[in-house]
Design a protein around this ligand. Sequence first.
Ligand code: HEC
Length: 157
Amino acid sequence: MFKTALIIAAATISTGAIAQDAEVSVANGERISIIGGCHDCHSTNYAETGGKIDPATALKGNPVGYSGPWGTNYAVNLRLVVASKSEDEWVPYIKTLQAGPPMPWFNLHVFTEAESRSLYQYIKSLGDPGDPAPERVPPGQTPKTPYIVFAPPVMPQ
Ligand code: HEC
């Protein structure tokens, strides 16, 4: 009896969550971009300003590189990625995306379709795509931009 009540309560919670999640909106997209950590790397000065989203630079990419054994990678300009795709192309793109370190591409694979569409609409709403982030620098070459060394001083075996 008690057990049944618990199960019903759990079912109610998850149905509620799904209903909310199914809503596609720019506001949800903004929230997903924050929770998903996209600004942490793809927006300049986001971490430095304690998480302020600057409409002039949000998700336009970051000229500070991430260096490691892979060379130096730059968080790309996501406004340009969105500008190059339709919303219908974006959904499968995000589901199957793979990218170099430290991009956590695997996390994006769990987005629901509504989350993915909301994120697309939010990025699109930011306006002028602007310029690309710097090109990748191959291993062994010194980048001409500032960069963060993104590797442990001693690599795991
Ligand atoms: C820890 C830093 C970091 C976080 C967090 C992060 N990214 Fe990235 N992202 C990068 C870097 C660096 C690259 C470039 C990787 C490369 O050069 O292969 C990248 C690449 C990408 C690409 C591939 C672009 C292309 O043209 O290949 C997409 C799309 C992308 N990120 C979307 C996102 C989204 C959406 C989020 C939030 C849900 C996010 N990223 C969170 C660092 C990050």
